[in-house]
Design a protein. Structure first.
Length: 367
């Protein structure tokens, strides 16, 4: 499916273009990585090669059909009501699917797209207001003082912990967590994260009820169900040719809503009790301010013992004090409270900043 044109209202950094050649000439001088992607997008090939993030395995290239990427772009525009001349900010790396799709949405829907460096402080030098943008949780955390410059924001690539979630409740930006993966061409479901004031500071009627804010809601033309492992199965013919069997354990609320519980490959079986690390971490984030995760290590009695892995550069953690706070945390059962703490200077990460749990554990326990 050769792409030979783009929407007449598309702008990049305030600049309009008369042709694909004009656009390619501009990006060749200004953004070599974006130029490389656009050359592929406007080529005769029917697919685009995209790199997976590698958060749950080895990063690998996969081929995505341009036709399905266009479908995804149109679905996002319709779902969030983002018509032509929408002002949008690209602050994610173009090498991965989330960054690519921001560019494709702008090209397809006729947005006015500005590009900034994909750093952890993307709004540092931004003075304009935007209708729409996409960030990872770390970028959002670091942008809270200026986040009102963005009217609608989607957040993906990691879990929004309870400490950050609480900070979002009194801001004017509408913030949505997204569920998806490279294979589904970014999100196939979203979850509202705040009550949302209007862009001008007046309280508006939430588009999702408070109860619904706990659940992901699927986009149109997406069917979901569970397999025998209680993992989510996705049928989304508009954006994926095949049915996708995920490793995400979920609770189905309805035909269009689900609650994410955690990764199947992270589930810990401790004395016959199945523990979901991600849900435990959400509660522990209320009392632990450093980066951390929980994991299961081999134990002669329990089979697997729940432990806390803490990133602590200066190694001055008062382990007894932390464990005492954890023991007093009423929101966790006795099975969900880590028994030991292990510290490491730095977590092993993917190129997009996601923690690689298995490799971090190997680093600790193979010393």
């Amino acid at each position: 499916m050769e792409q030979t044109k783009f929407h007449k209202n598309f702008k990049l950094n305030g600049k309009s273009f008369n042709s694909v050649d004009d656009l390619l000439s501009y990006t060749k001088v200004t953004y070599s990585d974006i130029h490389q992607f656009l050359e592929s997008w406007f080529s005769v090939d029917e697919t685009i090669e995209v790199q997976t993030s590698g958060s749950t395995g080895t990063p690998k290239p996969i081929q995505l059909k341009k036709e399905l990427m266009l479908n995804s772009a149109k679905a996002t525009g319709a779902f969030f009501n983002l018509p032509q001349k929408t002002t949008a900010l690209l602050c994610l790396p173009i090498q991965y699917i989330a960054g690519k799709m921001m560019m494709i949405r702008a090209l397809t829907l006729g947005w006015h797209l500005d590009v900034v460096s994909p750093t952890s402080i993307p709004l540092n030098n931004v003075d304009k207001n935007y209708h729409f943008s996409a960030m990872v949780p770390l970028q959002l955390e670091n942008s809270l003082l200026k986040i009102n410059k963005i009217k609608k924001l989607i957040v993906g690539g990691g879990v929004v912990l309870s400490t950050l979630h609480k900070k979002l409740q009194n801001i004017s930006t509408e913030v949505f967590a997204t569920y998806g993966m490279t294979e589904t061409i970014t999100h196939i479901a979203v979850k509202k994260l705040n009550k949302s004031l209007s862009f001008f500071g007046r309280l508006t009627k939430p588009s999702f009820s408070v109860k619904e804010n706990s659940f992901y809601k699927t986009l149109p033309n997406v069917t979901i169900y569970k397999d025998q492992r209680n993992c989510l199965v996705i049928k989304a013919p508009k954006v994926a040719d095949e049915v996708i069997f995920t490793n995400d354990v979920v609770q189905l609320i309805s035909d269009t809503q689900f609650m994410w519980l955690g990764r199947f490959d992270n589930v810990i079986n401790s004395g016959g009790v199945k523990l979901h690390p991600e849900k435990i971490e959400e509660q522990l984030s209320k009392i632990i301010k450093k980066r951390f995760f929980v994991a299961g290590i081999k134990d002669d009695v329990l089979g697997e013992k729940l432990v806390l892995i803490l990133e602590d550069v200066i190694s001055k953690v008062d382990e007894k004090s932390i464990l005492s706070e954890i023991m007093n945390l009423a929101s966790l059962s006795k099975f969900e409270k880590p028994k030991e703490i292990y510290c490491i200077d730095y977590f092993v990460e993917t190129k997009t900043g996601k923690i690689q749990r298995t490799k971090t554990l190997q680093k600790i326990f193979t010393k």
